[in-house]
Design a protein around this ligand. Structure first.
Ligand code: RIB
Length: 312
């Protein structure tokens, strides 16, 4: 059995349309290729962690509509234990409205819906789930008080806490101190630090040091095509990205953080885990959609056995 990963997070249906570019305010653009695809940062990471070899349980909420059962089934089909994915009869399932531009970059608006029904009091009834996990994997698309409650429970049980800092949300210093591995991109780091952080190695290094100073155990800063910056009290190091054909970047960060959690849960060190995460992220951008693009362990191992060139 692989690393035991507990995901407490969001579940969305992604409504995706392609366009040449993003619209500006007040503009109507012609798009094409509308698709409805399972997504949500929590659910994407649960699916990715399972495909990458983790033994995954997910806690989340869907709504009382047709999206709910479909999303639950997608999790189960990927091997995720979705027993604690419950339906809120009074809410709509979370949705994400995604525009993909011609270069595969995305722009996303989420309507959180039932994801806001993941409540701390419900989590407190799930102590045995935390107890049996190697890693708690979180994102920030559920209420902050639930993120805080989950982190507290994990720390009480000595479970490693990995937090994907998306979507951009400020975190209290008290919470940051309890996070073992914090993984933001540049927009998320900007929200965490309350100032503009660019996706450059120089800015990432500075931001990592500031987040370590705030008390994060370690930081893995996702830099997209510039790779990632890993930072611990021993120092910082940048790992390059792989050169691949980009089809759709949606969910690539989720593949990255899920792979990081799986590798850390298997006992790999932060550098090894980040290299594995980079491979998973690179594979994810080569396919359309969030969950359909999540790579399997076999895909990731094959990729790493014969990796493409890296970009410096
Ligand atoms: O990280 C990508 C995800 O962000 C999408 O699947 C969308 O649902 C939003 O949560």
């Amino acid at each position: 059995m692989g690393a035991k990963i507990l995901v407490v997070g969001s579940i969305n249906m992604d409504l995706v349309v392609r366009a040449q570019r993003f619209p500006v305010a007040g503009e109507t653009l012609r798009g094409e290729g509308f698709k409805v695809v399972p997504g949500g940062k929590g659910s994407n990471q649960a699916v990715a962690a399972s495909r990458l070899g983790g033994s995954v349980k997910m806690v989340g909420r869907v709504g009382a509509d047709t999206f709910g059962p479909t999303l639950r089934k997608t999790l189960e089909d990927a091997g995720v234990d979705a027993t604690e994915v419950k339906a809120d009869p009074n809410a709509a399932t979370g949705v994400a409205f995604i525009i993909l531009d011609a270069s595969g970059q995305n722009s996303i608006i989420i309507a959180q819906g039932a994801n806001l029904s993941v409540r701390p009091e419900d989590l407190r009834t799930l102590e045995p789930l935390f107890e049996k996990s190697d890693v708690l994997l979180l994102q920030l698309e559920i209420p902050m008080e639930s993120v805080e409650a989950a982190v507290k429970m994990a720390k009480e049980k000595d479970v490693k806490v990995v937090v994907d800092a998306g979507p951009p949300t400020p975190l209290s210093d008290e919470l940051i101190k309890q996070i073992d591995v914090l993984s933001p991109n540049e927009t998320e780091a900007s929200a965490l630090l309350g100032r503009e952080v660019a996706a450059t190695a120089q800015d990432a290094k500075k931001a990592c040091k500031e987040l370590l100073a705030k008390g994060a155990g370690s930081v893995v800063f996702k830099l997209g095509e510039r790779g990632c910056m890993i930072a611990t009290e021993k120092g910082t190091e940048r790992l390059p990205s792989y050169i691949v054909d980009v089809v759709d970047t949606t969910g690539a960060g989720d593949a990255f953080t899920a792979a990081l959690a799986v590798a850390l849960g298997e006992g790999k060190d932060l550098k090894e885990a980040s290299a594995f995460a980079s491979a998973a992220g690179a594979l994810a951008v080569t396919k359309f959609g969030a969950q359909p693009s999540m790579p399997s362990r076999a895909d990731a191992d094959k990729f790493l056995a014969n990796p493409p060139k890296t970009r410096d």
